[in-house]
Every structure is written in structure tokens, then in C-alpha cells.
Design a protein around this ligand. Structure first.
Ligand code: NAD
Ligand code: GLY
Length: 357
């Protein structure tokens, strides 16, 4: 069973990847945390599928647990639900020596992580991610946050987990939409730094979801290793960690213009990666042929590549680069070629003539 260590000195932690880990949570937590009480935070899609398995495993390892089941969806990542979680932690008599468990996707991980970072000035926390996006991205690296009405992730912290338990079996119950959504982020890792992962995906994609699942351990291991390497070098997002935002400048602009009711995040990242690579290749900033190769993979994975019908001026304004911000430059991520990227400084002109076909 692969284990990846995120090496951050005293705050280092393991990410275990293994089929059936969910049912062994108790043993892993006992080794990592010792004796304590545990507060499990999950949502109403995940709870009926996995909460009992986790609770039983923790009880068998001698843990006292309390659980809260929140509504699923991005709306749960808000101050009201954070406040509800604080009340739950108080009512469950969670003290500084105890720990919070996030059992779910990125929404639960971000919310539970922020609760753990702030309750009693910080308690330990464990991520048990159950979506592909959460397993390859959000559960590792310590970014935790909630949204405000003014925007996403506006209140947050860096708070690393003590342990991450990644059970690929949970991916079998994801809806097709959330499976695809996570694949967008997986392709991103191949593009920015892992040409072998990209080749693996090219070989697996024609086999559909089952074909990709055949290689899921290797895929998770590569993505998580990449994320861990980046976080080890730039925990607080001042340089290298920005490369994880490949495709995200256009993705965020599209999501904002659609008021977060159109494409899901991973889908928006997919079309963002495609558009920026076609644009940069046309400017000879990316090796010829990269965009076609990327589009072929995205298409085989049933991921979108085309911009929706939003005026270019609106998209550029959503990037914070409208006329009012003349002269402003953005740091964006471009591919040198598939498997290698760099940070590039661009102004609004760079985005003129974004491909529409
Ligand atoms: P999510 O947590 O909303 O999960 C997606 C849906 O799948 C939900 O309805 C959930 O109930 C359901 N679900 C979860 N696991 C399931 C399973 N195994 N089987 C069936 N259904 C399951 O969404 P997400 O895509 O996991 O995460 C998105 C969030 O992650 C966003 O809020 C985003 O901002 C955040 N994020 C954070 C980071 C970070 O570094 N902290 C990185 C990327 C994204
Ligand atoms: N998801 C981007 C990051 O963790 O920095």
C-alpha cells in the first residue's frame, strides 16, 4: 500500500492510499493520534455510504466519537455552517488533545479543516477524502476555507492535517459528473509536471471510467506525490504552488461569469487548460502539437474544451484585468510542453482572441 509523506518538519504527515482503508481507519488513527476523542464531520451523501464503516472501525480501536451530518454542496462551506460545527464540537466536549475528522469531498475537507484550525486555537485534524478531486488535491496541502457571499474561499487558513486516508474504493460511488470533475485536476498534474502520468491517462482513457480505475492507485500516487512536492517547497503559496493553478485563470473567470451555476470547477479547469494552451501555442510560447494532444485526452475523458458563450471583455474583467486596471499584469501558468510548465506574466492583451471553436 503506497504511503506518501508530506515533509514539513514537525508538521510532516503521511497520506496512505489503499483499498478498504475506510474500514481500517481506527488502526491508522491510533498509530497517528494515540488516545483521544474524535469529532467526525460529513455530509448527507457520504454519511449513508461510509459513516457507519468509519464509526465501527474507530469504536473497535477504542475511540469515543461524535458525528455531524451536514447538507451536501458548496453552500455548506459558509460561516453559518462553520458556526454550527463549532457548537457541535463544544457539545461533543472536544478538547485541545482531541481531533476532527473530515469524511467527504473538498467541501467537507475545507470546512472541517477551518473548524479544526480555529476551534480552541487549533486542534488536530484527519482527512478521509471521498471524491477524486479531494483525494488528488484538496485533502493534501493544508488550505482550508469557507466562502463569503462576496466570493469563494475568502476566510481561511493554512492548517495541515495529521493524517490523510485515501481509499480509492469510495470513487466507485461517485456520480459521473463528480468523477469527470476530478479527472480535470488529474490531467492538470500530467500537464504541469508528469509526462508519464499524461501517457498513462492517454492509454487508459479509451477504456472509460473502468479503464482509468484499473490504474487508479498509480494515478493517485503520482498526483499526491506531485502535490506533496509542491507543498513541501512552497507551503504558503508564494511561488511554485501557483503552478497548480494551470488552467485556473480562465476557469475562475468562466465560473464567476456563470455565477457558479454553469460548469463544475474541474470542468472549468479542463476548458481553461485547453484554451490557454491553444492560445500560448499560437503565440509560439508552447511546443507545437501540445494543444492537440491535450485536447485529444480531454475529449477521450469526456471533458469540455470550449469556452461558453460569454463575451471576451466579461471574461477579462472577471480576471480583474478590465480597462479600470490598465497596465495590470497577471501571473499565469503556461506549458513549455506536455509535462513541463512555467510561470508567465501576462497583461489583458494576452487574452485577446481566445479560441472559440
Ligand atoms: P464536494 O465535496 O461537494 O463533493 C461532490 C459531491 O459528491 C457532493 O454532493 C458529495 O456529497 C458527493 N460525494 C462525496 N464523496 C462521495 C462518494 N464517495 N460517493 C458519492 N458521492 C460522494 O465537492 P469536491 O469536488 O470534492 O470539492 C469541491 C470543493 O473543494 C470546493 O469547495 C473547492 O473550493 C474545494 N477545493 C479545495 C482545495 C484545497 O486545496 N483546499 C483544492 C481544490 C478544491
Ligand atoms: N489547489 C491548489 C492548492 O492547493 O494550492
Amino acid at each position: 500500500m503506497p504511503t506518501i509523506t508530506v515533509a514539513l518538519g514537525e508538521r510532516s504527515y503521511p497520506v496512505h492510499i489503499g483499498h478498504g482503508l475506510m474500514g481500517q481507519a481506527g488502526e491508522y488513527l491510533r498509530r497517528a493520534l494515540g488516545e483521544c476523542s474524535l469529532a467526525i464531520i460529513t455530509d448527507d451523501h457520504v454519511a449513508p455510504l461510509y459513516l457507519q464503516t468509519v464509526e465501527q472501525s474507530l469504536a473497535a480501536a477504542g475511540y469515543r466519537t461524535a458525528s455531524i451530518v451536514l447538507p451536501h454542496g458548496e453552500q455548506t462551506k459558509c460561516l453559518d455552517k462553520l458556526s454550527e460545527v463549532y457548537s457541535f464540537l463544544c457539545d461533543s466536549r472536544i478538547t485541545r488533545r482531541d481531533a476532527v475528522i473530515a469524511l467527504g469531498g473538498g467541501v467537507i475537507g475545507d470546512l472541517a479543516g477551518l473548524a479544526a484550525a480555529t476551534y480552541l486555537r487549533g486542534v488536530r485534524f484527519v482527512q478521509i477524502p471521498t471524491t477524486l478531486l479531494a483525494q488528488v488535491d484538496s485533502s493534501v496541502g493544508g488550505k482550508v476555507a469557507v466562502d463569503l457571499p462576496q466570493g469563494k474561499n475568502l476566510v481561511g487558513a493554512f492548517w495541515q492535517p495529521s493524517l490523510v486516508l485515501c481509499d480509492p474504493e469510495t470513487l466507485n460511488t461517485l456520480t459521473p459528473e463528480y468523477w469527470r470533475d476530478g479527472l480535470g485536476e488529474v490531467v492538470k498534474y500530467g500537464c504541469i509536471g508528469d509526462p508519464e502520468l499524461f501517457r498513462l491517462l492517454e492509454a487508459a482513457a479509451p477504456g472509460g471510467r473502468r479503464g482509468v480505475m484499473t490504474h487508479i492507485d498509480e494515478i493517485l500516487r503520482r498526483c499526491i506525490r506531485h502535490k506533496a512536492d509542491v507543498v513541501e517547497q512552497d507551503e504558503h503559496d508564494t511561488g511554485l504552488r501557483m503552478t497548480l493553478n494551470f488552467g485556473h485563470t480562465i476557469a475562475h473567470a468562466v465560473e464567476k461569469c456563470q455565477h457558479y451555476t454553469g460548469f463544475r470547477h474541474g470542468e472549468a479547469v479542463s476548458l481553461g487548460m485547453s484554451v490557454i494552451t491553444r492560445l500560448s501555442e499560437s503565440r509560439r510560447l508552447t511546443e507545437a502539437g501540445s494543444a492537440a494532444r491535450l485536447d485529444a485526452l480531454l475529449s477521450a475523458l469526456d471533458l469540455p474544451m470550449r469556452l461558453p458563450d460569454i463575451p471576451e471583455s466579461d471574461l477579462v474583467a472577471a480576471m480583474g484585468m478590465d480597462k479600470k486596471a490598465s497596465g495590470k499584469a497577471l501571473r499565469i501558468i503556461l506549458l513549455d510542453r506536455i509535462g513541463q510548465c512555467r510561470i508567465h506574466t501576462a497583461d489583458a492583451d494576452f487574452f485577446r482572441g481566445m479560441p472559440r471553436d
